[in-house]
Each structure stands twice: as structure tokens, then as C-alpha cells.
Ligand binder design. Structure first.
Ligand code: PBG
Ligand code: ZN
Length: 324
């Protein structure tokens, strides 16, 4: 059957009809809000390349978390900005480190909020790399010990989910083993399984003060060209005990999200990263695009591709738009 019998426009005639046949829905609980926690009190340092986002001290981070709960967000993910960085990233696995203290404070003040912690070393190392430097590269197997130690301190502080973002081989197994051996067999691991070496992380590195001081991250993060390798990374992480898989960035990698959704029967998350956020904000601030409309369209695309969980700097804005 074809035109004139087939007329797809019949189902687009008005908003009630479009609403009835809509295939993809966004809810506030799909969104996870990234937060950057720093030392001090009543500190709020705006991040110039990420309008509306800031490094905040624990007290103000708790206030953000209260708003996150009121808006019905799925949760928050915490990144730490330590007072001092060193060669071995010791603040990352210090039980009294900035993220560990923030988790305790949030869990005390806002117990209903789901708290995810990013597990990595680049925010804590003086060289800005995600692990221990031996020669000119990151040494995989020593880095695993730091990551496992860091994840354990997060779980001990009360984190609901730990999310390793370093891309070392074997990190999920190392973290799972460490958590299980120390009384945290029920803490899930959300693995940044398919994390690509991306120019879209630029603003984040300003936010987290984690720009590598030499070289780049291409010896551990994935090459943008590789979809099959992304499937292999995800399969390996599942074998090692990952409970959920993440694709990152999101918008430029919708094919990877769709393939992951079709292939693996675990929750799929996607991270709409700082550069994706910054590009939309920059164009909107120039009056070139409609900010709210493009925000929701970008999130709908990520959801439609198959991500049930979206880490996004638009989490609060999107929840407000949905509730309006
Ligand atoms: C750290 C980490 C990064 C992001 C999340 N965790 C940066 C990087 O790998 O350089 C990026 C998030 C964003 O750009 O919003 N391993
Ligand atoms: Zn890192």
C-alpha cells in the first residue's frame, strides 16, 4: 500500500495525536547530574566553559543534591578537586579525601539521593594522567591497586554505585574483588566501558583541573574510529563483573549506544560530556539555536539510541522542562 492510502501525516496532526504515538519518553529519573566538589566552605567557583556549573565546597554540593532530589533526578555523580595533587594520586584513595567526605555529608543530609562516584586518578595526580606513570606511559597493573583502593573508600563512605572511568585493563575485576573481600558485595559497578579519547572532554578538564601535563590519553582511552573494539571492551567488563555499561561521549557515539543496547542485557548508560554541553550552550547564547529545544532533542536522541541512564550537565534543566 502506498499514497494516497498511506499518509503518515495523519498521526502528526496535533499534539494529542503526536503524544499518543510518541515512542521515546524522558523522565527526570533518567538523568544523572555531575558535580565537582572542592575544599572549603561556601565556595562556588564557576567553570567558564560550562555556564551554570561550578566547583562547589561540600556544603554547597549538599545544597545541589537537595535540589536534585526535589527535581526527581536519578542521582548525582561526584568528581573531586583535592587541595593537593601528587605523583601517586593519594587523595583519590584517602578515606578522608574530598569525595569520601562529600559522600558522607550527602548521605547524611539527603539519604534518598542515589550517589555515584567517579573512580579515577587524573583529578588527584600532579601529572594529570589516570594512573601511575612508569617511563612515559601509564602502568596498567599498579594503577589497578589505586583504583580498587579508591573504589573501596567510596563504598565505605556510602556511595551507592562506583563508576571507574580510567580505561585500564582489568579494573572492573580488580574493583569487584576488592569490594567483595571487604564487605561490599552489593555495591554495583557502572563501568565506563566504551570511553573514547575525545576532544569533547575539553571543558571537563578545566572543571576538574585534570589536563594531562604531557602527552595524551590515547594509550588507554579508545580510538574514535572503533565500534567493534567497543563491543569487545563491554563484553570484557561484563565478564569481569560490571553491572552496568557506559558509552562516552554520547551524542557523537549513538551507534555505539544502539549496538550496546541490542547486544547486552544490562542497563546502558551514556555520558553527554562537557563539550557536548558547551557546544549547545555556546550556540544558544549566541541566539543561534533554541537552548531548551536542542537540549531536549539531544537527550531524546541518546534515549532513543538505547541509553536508559544519561549523565548530563542538563539534568536539572531537563527535569524542569519536563515538569513545566
Ligand atoms: C576522568 C573523566 C573524564 C570525564 C569523566 N571522567 C575526563 C577525561 O577522561 O579526560 C569527562 C567528562 C566530561 O567531559 O564531561 N577519567
Ligand atoms: Zn581519569
Amino acid at each position: 500500500m502506498a499514497f494516497p492510502v498511506e499518509r503518515p501525516r495523519r498521526l502528526r496532526v496535533n499534539e494529542p495525536m503526536r503524544r499518543l504515538v510518541r515512542e521515546t519518553h524522558l523522565q527526570p529519573e533518567n538523568f544523572v547530574l555531575p558535580l565537582f566538589v572542592c575544599e572549603g566552605e561556601s565556595v562556588r567557583r564557576e567553570i567558564s566553559s560550562m555556564p551554570g556549573h561550578a566547583q562547589t565546597s561540600i556544603d554547597l554540593t549538599v545544597a545541589e543534591c537537595q535540589e536534585a532530589v526535589q527535581l526527581g533526578l536519578g542521582g548525582v555523580i561526584l568528581f573531586g578537586i583535592p587541595a593537593r595533587k601528587d605523583e601517586v594520586g593519594s587523595e583519590g584513595y584517602n578515606p578522608a579525601g574530598i569525595v569520601q567526605r562529600a559522600v558522607r555529608a550527602i548521605k547524611r543530609a539527603v539519604p534518598k539521593l542515589l550517589v555515584i562516584t567517579d573512580v579515577c586518578n587524573c583529578e588527584y595526580t600532579s601529572h594529570g594522567h589516570c594512573g601511575k606513570i612508569v617511563g612515559e606511559d601509564v602502568d596498567n597493573d599498579t594503577t589497578l591497586e589505586w583504583l580498587a583502593a579508591g573504589a573501596l573508600t567510596h563504598a565505605q563512605a556510602g556511595a551507592d554505585i562506583v563508576a571507574p572511568s580510567d580505561m585500564m585493563d582489568g579494573r572492573v575485576a580488580a574493583i569487584r574483588r576488592k569490594l567483595d573481600a571487604n564487605g561490599f558485595p552489593h555495591t554495583p559497578i557502572l563501568s565506563y566501558a566504551a570511553k573514547f579519547a575525545s576532544g569533547y572532554y575539553g571543558p571537563f578538564r578545566e572543571a576538574a583541573e585534570s589536563t594531562p601535563q604531557f602527552g595524551d590519553r590515547r594509550s588507554y582511552q579508545m580510538d574514535a574510529a572503533n565500534a567493534r573494539e567497543a563491543m569487545r571492551e563491554m563484553a570484557l567488563d561484563l565478564d569481569e563483573g560490571a553491572d552496568m555499561l557506559m558509552v562516552k561521549p554520547a551524542g557523537p557515539y549513538l551507534d555505539i549506544i544502539a549496538a550496546a543496547r541490542a547486544r547486552f542485557d544490562v542497563p546502558i548508560a551514556a555520558y553527554q560530556v562537557s563539550g557536548e554541553f558547551a557546544m549547545i550552550m555556546a550556540a544558544a547564547r549566541n541566539g543561534w539555536i533554541d537552548q531548551d529545544r536542542v537540549t531536549m532533542e539531544s537527550l531524546t536522541a541518546i534515549r532513543r539510541a538505547g541509553a536508559g541512564i544519561i549523565l548530563t550537565y542538563f539534568a536539572k534543566d531537563a527535569a524542569k522542562i519536563l515538569g513545566a
